[in-house]
Design a protein around this ligand. Structure first.
Ligand code: ADP
Length: 333
């Protein structure tokens, strides 16, 4: 459980907007529900924007009442839909959008999304003065200013379930399984899943290894009496890496198989952890707006919910902690 700050309610709000944007993440619905229910309990109306910034630019939003968020807490994806919107990169489009929002009586906007979505939100407030507040919604856990993001825990558990299953067949057939998990720039999912799934080798963008090093590690593992192995690979920049490594291992005499988990990791019912995280952040979003705070993202640090300026959040990327990568390496050998 995270501790929430007690904030004075210094700003009177009548109507706010809410959207989800960029890659979807399990738990976004729990955050939507929390924002809507908290706002309504304080007499604030909520307009739900459809399909992220595309819907914002086009003025596609609907009134949200308590019933509109019933039964979504446990569902994956996002009930508000999401999108990628090239037009929002244009400052004139952002200026027109702010004017449209003000014209509709909206006073602030809550944006749930990843790094890109938070960048768009920051620019909207910086250029137009329209209040925004961001919540970190991404399975990658690579956002600066928070130790956790909505969807990460669920994605890890989804990948782990697949890995446990692959372990069964790897053991039975005495095979090597290469499992690719998400994470183009970050090995956070791979390292976490590698530790939790007892992987023999974990390969991340932070600690890349070549085919020969993997082969040597596998040979060593065989010499120690292991007849099957699980190698967790973060997707990284090179989409062919896992297939090339698979061929290399087969050519060296191993019975290797590659399995790419892909978008399976994005979907599914959020874990209890992600539901509570999203609920607390959604609740705190309304609190912070009512305290007159904006152009911030809410994150968690040392078990506390706190606001971080969006200018800071978008100027850096959170790295996978070295200690986590080291635990994954040591326990794998
Ligand atoms: P995510 O939020 O998951 O990182 P994207 O990077 O695709 O996903 O961003 C989602 C959307 O946010 C983009 O399609 C665009 O509409 C908006 N966006 C991203 N970066 C910027 C930016 N620098 N300026 C304005 N809008 C942006």
């Amino acid at each position: 459980m995270w501790s929430l700050p007690q904030l004075p309610r210094t700003r009177t709000l009548k109507r706010i907007g809410l959207l989800t944007s960029g890659g979807d993440a399990p738990g976004m619905n729990a955050a939507i529900r929390a924002v809507v229910r908290t706002a309504l309990s304080r007499g604030i109306e909520v307009r739900g924007v459809q399909k992220g910034y595309s819907g914002l630019v086009a003025g596609h939003w609907v009134d949200m009442d308590r019933a509109s968020v019933a039964n979504i807490l446990q569902t994956g994806g996002t009930a508000l839909k999401t999108d990628r919107c090239d037009a929002f990169h244009d400052p004139t489009v952002r200026a027109d959008t702010a004017a449209r929002l003000r014209g509709a009586g909206l006073e602030a906007l809550v944006v749930i999304g990843g790094d890109g979505s938070l960048s768009g939100a920051h620019l909207l407030e910086q250029e137009t003065g329209f209040s925004v507040l961001g919540l970190p919604g991404t399975i990658d856990n690579d956002i600066w200013g928070t130790e956790d993001t909505i969807g990460f825990d669920t994605a890890v558990n989804t990948a782990l379930e697949a890995i446990d299953r692959l372990r069964d067949t790897a053991t039975s057939h005495e095979r090597v399984f290469l499992v690719e998990v998400m994470g183009r720039n970050s090995g956070f999912i791979a390292a976490t899943v590698g530790i939790a799934g007892g992987a023999e080798i974990v390969i991340t963008p932070e600690r890349p290894v070549d085919d020969e090093t993997v082969l040597e590690a596998l040979n060593l593992s065989q010499e120690r009496g292991k007849h099957s192995s699980l190698i967790v690979v973060a997707e990284g920049e090179d989409p062919q890496f896992i297939n090339r490594l698979n061929e290399h291992l087969n050519a060296a005499g191993y019975q290797a198989r590659a399995c790419i988990l892909g978008h399976i990791q994005r979907g599914g019912s959020p874990t209890g952890h992600d539901r509570v995280l999203a609920s607390c952040l959604g609740y705190a979003a309304v609190d912070h707006l009512q305290a007159g705070l904006s152009n911030i993202m809410l994150g968690v640090q040392e078990n506390r919910v706190l606001g971080v300026p969006l200018s800071e959040v978008i100027s850096r990327r959170r790295q996978t902690p070295e200690a986590l990568l080291e635990v994954a390496r040591v326990l794998a050998t």
